[in-house]
Design a protein around this ligand. Structure first.
Ligand code: SAM
Length: 212
């Protein structure tokens, strides 16, 4: 998936991945990450996810990274907020009411711009990327955050039925990306209601990952 693919999806408002309510697996498992009150949570490839609002409602400060400036503008506009926008290297930093979103390519985001974070929440981020990009993404995430505790949600299904995204990411692949930096706890697997876009059965898994 190149950048044009995602930018076109936002332009055409083809955002079937966007959930109208906070993600049930986030709500069920976030407390187990043990993020301090007033913690700073990084949401990579955040879109305009309502999960950021749920995290903020838990008292968290939220920092996202999203390629599509349109998505970022929609996020703040739908909240009726007028964010402060400033340059951050090759990205633009949008900030209002305890939410900061870097608009641009996550691979252009560095540790200095991001700042320290207490946790990562990855929903539809790792699984949005094709296989060759996933290793680069995972390594970048670890470097950016110094392996901050992470709640990761993955999809598993028979990839021959659907070319993705989302892509199927098996437990062995999660371990390949993250085992060196994290202790991995496979917290839950549940069936996706209606399968993957009605095409085939699918499961979602929740990984709670703590720094080694
Ligand atoms: C499947 S969507 C998930 C969005 C969000 N996590 C959610 O749950 O609604 C993947 C998002 O990643 C963004 N994206 C793709 N490549 C990116 C990159 N290199 N840097 C930052 N964001 C990217 C896309 O624009 C898209 O909004």
């Amino acid at each position: 998936m190149d950048q044009e693919f995602w930018l076109a999806r936002w332009q055409a408002n083809q955002i079937g991945f966007h959930e109208g309510v906070p993600n049930a697996l986030l709500v069920a498992h976030f407390a187990a990450l043990g993020v301090p009150a007033d913690g700073r949570v990084f949401v990579p490839l955040c879109g305009k996810s309502n999960d950021m609002l749920w995290l903020r409602a838990q008292g968290m400060r939220v920092v996202g990274a999203e390629l599509s400036r349109l998505a970022v503008e929609q996020f703040f506009a739908e909240l009726g907020l007028d964010p402060v926008v400033s340059p951050a290297g090759r990205l633009a930093r949008f900030e209002a009411e305890h939410v900061t979103i870097f608009a641009g390519d996550i691979f252009d985001l560095d540790r200095a711009a991001l700042g320290a974070v207490d946790a990562i929440y990855d929903r539809a981020a790792l699984v949005a990327l094709p296989e060759p990009m996933r290793a680069r993404y995972a390594a970048h995430l670890v470097e950016l955050t110094q392996a901050a505790p992470q709640l990761l949600i993955t999809f598993e299904y028979d990839q021959t039925h659907h070319k993705g995204p989302p892509f199927s990411v098996e437990a062995s692949e999660v371990a390949a990306h993250y085992d060196a930096g994290y202790r991995l706890d496979h917290a839950e697997t549940r069936d996706v209601q209606g399968g993957l876009k009605g095409v085939c059965p699918a499961q979602e898994s929740v990984w709670l990952m703590k720094r080694r």
